[in-house]
Design a protein around this ligand. Sequence first.
Ligand code: PMP
Length: 389
Amino acid sequence: MQERFLLMIPGPIDFDPAVLRAMSAKTLSHMSVEFAEIFGRALENLRKVFLTEKGQPFVVAGSGTLAMDMAVANLVEPGERVLVLSGGFFGDRMADIARRYQAEVVVVKAPIGEVPSLEEAEKHLKQGGFKAITATHVDTSTGVAVDVKAVGELAQKYGALSIIDGVCATAGMEFRQDEWGIDVYLTASQKAIGVPPGLALLVVSQRAMEAYRKRRSPVLNYYGDFGLWLPVMEAYEARKVAYFATPAVNLIYALDVSLQQILAEGMENRFARHRLLAKAFQAGIDAIGLKQVPLREEIRAWTLTCAYYPDGIGPELLKAIKAEGVVVAAGLHPEIKDKYFRVGHMGTLTPGDVLTTLGAIERALASLGYRFEKGAGVKAAQEILCLTP
Ligand code: PMP
């Protein structure tokens, strides 16, 4: 297998070598004080990455879908109303999960490339009785970013809990859990958090933990029950041990290293880097002449770009880009699946990666006969990258 290629999909991403090395260390007993130190530090640092002081972190073996499942299963009881703001594939998944837990689900669906309408959401909320509002920070099927702060304000105004799917956003897009009053921010390890797939991560506000404690019925998901995990998370944070189900020890080593790297960069620097690199990459895609899925520039994600294939070219472009040494992802939104492709740009991403990817896309397009000014994409990106000191 060729090892020297760039993995530019929206997760898993190219991981930092130190993070990967951490995974190969000897597996400790999950009941050892040495492991408690590592896990405890990771839990504390997760709170810092989410910019919350009192949020309760949960780190559980599983993928992002488990984190979505846990948020809904723990905070919504059968018959309760949930307002799902859906921008595409993953918003729809949240609605499916809520239905599975017998919630009464109302969906505010965005047209492809737009954000779900907050005006429409408010009309529903005015009718009252919503336990929770959910939104996808960046819907990975469109590359559209939602104004999470505004969703938080809306939820608070109407006394609902806010549940935000940050899987394609966390540690890349700006997010401030306490300041924005978000109740649950959930994510997975394999994207901008920078850890191989296998961890579901959630940070839950004290208000939401209170709502959990007031439940009248048992959580309909045994493995994901907050009540079973809470003593475990509290124990590790106190540098003690406790058992409910075996933690993914080596992935937690990797999480510990990655969170330390993230905090060493600093959250503000990290947000700024993602914003700048996205701006450069997206300017490059515009300059090549490809239309992006987000309908407005202001709603483009900082972690992901979705662009339509030009006329006469289809998914064969992916193979041609791969032949140039960069792996990008196919379309995902069921309505436009074969009409566009996706490029993830988050985590360890450097300016060099942005230029390499644009260069590969240009050469691949040229090989398929697309006519454009060669180098235009790279140049547009450089114009932005060179502006910064
Ligand atoms: N939500 C979003 C926004 C995602 O991008 C993904 C994964 N691409 C998920 C949820 C589901 O995560 P996982 O594939 O890790 O279960």
